[in-house]
Design a protein around this ligand. Structure first.
Ligand code: SF4
Length: 297
């Protein structure tokens, strides 16, 4: 078992809730709890980040936030804070299932693809600087300020504002692993993706052009086939006669053709006579040449 015990359990009513008048009613969820685990949880953060849809992994201070059993959890290296419980007892009961959950994640690490995406908490005012400040509400928030606050807290990505101009660069976070493959740190590097995006856009445009020209060629080919088909029907050849003609053109003898098509040599001969008459030719060589020229075979 990865986590074996906890310590320093505390359960309090936060001051701002304490000031409310109805906090003493039994159904009020007002208790906040915190406790310390006997392991450094940071190596598990990318796995929790991947396993839970609503997890948000922060860069500084390094911690991860998520909902577990309906409680809002803030997991730091060894300390966990969780809100809001209906009683101290509920908070205490929560600890056991929470430790089971973390141990499960630890045991299943091999099957979880870690997600190293981290939120860098940028001050609201900095985010507001890059927004158009029109309060157009296209992002679903009433004001740009509200949107900026949501971005700061990782509730929404900044590119959810459709009015924002494209970024000049993006940041990639690379994990640093120790000899056992354990994540011990990470390095953030700026990536200039503007050039790459332009290149992708140009390639997409080229693909569209190629597809259009391919469609045009296919249409032309189909028209040609229709045209050739009408030439073929002009000669009035049956499907069987065309089969015979194809074999003639490949240099097979009447006996061989009879074997291929499971018909008698006599029938092959009669097909040959019909073909010669319809094509108005005197021998099999002329028939093969004409059939090729007219696109019959
Ligand atoms: S869509 Fe952008 S500009 Fe409009 S309110 Fe939201 S953040 Fe502001």
């Amino acid at each position: 078992m990865f986590i074996k015990k906890y310590s320093e359990f505390r359960c309090i009513i936060p001051t701002f809730l304490n000031a409310l008048s109805d906090v003493d009613t039994p159904e009020s969820n007002i208790w906040s709890a915190s406790f310390r685990l006997d392991q450094d949880m940071r190596p598990l953060f990318p796995y929790i980040n991947s396993a839970l849809d609503e997890a948000v992994y922060y860069e500084k201070p390094e911690h991860i936030r998520f909902l577990f059993e309906g409680y809002r959890c803030f997991l730091y290296s060894e300390v966990i804070a969780a809100h809001f419980f209906e009683s101290k007892l509920a908070a205490k009961e929560f600890i056991a299932s929470f430790m089971d959950f973390l141990n499960d994640i630890y045991n299943q690490k091999e099957t979880i693809r870690p997600n190293y995406d981290q939120i860098k908490q940028v001050p609201i005012i900095e985010i507001l600087k890059i927004l158009p400040k029109t309060n157009c509400q296209k992002c679903g928030y009433l004001t740009c300020m509200a949107f900026a606050a949501a971005v700061t807290h990782g509730r929404v990505m900044v590119d959810n504002c459709p009015c924002l101009i494209s970024p000049i660069s993006e940041t990639a976070v690379y994990p640093i692993l120790d000899n056992n493959g354990k994540v011990v740190n990470s390095v953030s590097l700026k990536l200039d993706t503007a050039g790459l995006k332009k290149q992708i856009q140009e390639q997409n445009e080229q693909i569209l052009l190629l597809e259009a020209s391919l469609r045009e060629n296919t249409q032309n080919e189909n028209q040609q086939k229709v045209h050739m088909g009408s030439g073929k029907s002009d000669f009035g050849l049956t499907d069987r006669e065309i089969e015979v003609l194809q074999l003639i053109a490949q240099g097979y003898t009447n006996n061989e053709i009879s074997g291929f098509l499971f018909i008698s040599p006599h029938t092959v001969k009669s097909h040959m006579i019909n073909i010669f008459n319809k094509l108005n030719v005197n021998d099999r060589t002329q028939a093969a040449v004409l059939a090729t020229q007219k696109g019959i075979i």
